[in-house]
Ligand binder design. Structure first.
Ligand code: FAD
Length: 109
């Protein structure tokens, strides 16, 4: 078991960031370009150069992000994700009555 104060690993940072980015894309917002792992950021700059951001619509942005995540997956020899499943995987947050979804149906009191 890891000590709570241990430095975060590249894997932990990546997993948390992809979760943030996909949730953000699924809920229609902007994509941050700051990334605190230099090796990853340098590689991702190349990925972005070859795959310019497409954010004409919610769906286009989600599909673009899925595609660039797959480019990174391929370079790390990780499984390729089926992008038609991106909304099922990332479209909702796990909170009561969808109260924490930006486009949720619940009314806050
Ligand atoms: P992750 O890749 O973190 O994915 C998390 C979850 O997202 C998966 O469990 C799956 O459910 C889902 N998912 C997977 N693929 C997709 C997809 N295409 N679309 C939608 N959902 C998907 N690591 C390096 O070692 N070198 C690098 O150069 C590097 N560059 C990175 C660049 C960026 C911008 C980011 C955010 C991360 C980078 N990482 C890099 C980290 C790496 O991509 C992984 O996040 C890390 O290795 C943990 O992998 P994981 O197997 O937990 O799944």
């Amino acid at each position: 078991v890891k000590k709570p104060a241990a430095p975060i690993t590249k894997e932990e940072l990546g997993r948390a960031t992809w979760t943030f980015l996909h949730t953000l894309a699924a809920q229609m917002s902007i994509l941050s370009r700051m990334y605190p792992c230099k090796e990853c950021a340098d590689h991702f700059k190349e990925v972005l150069r070859a795959n310019p951001v497409m954010a004409g619509s919610h769906d286009e942005f989600s599909q673009w992000l899925c595609h660039v995540h797959n480019v990174v997956n391929r370079s790390l020899r990780k499984p390729i994700f089926r992008c038609e499943r991106v909304d099922a995987r990332w479209g909702k947050l796990d909170c009561e009555l969808h109260a924490c979804d930006l486009e949720g149906t619940a009314t806050k009191h």
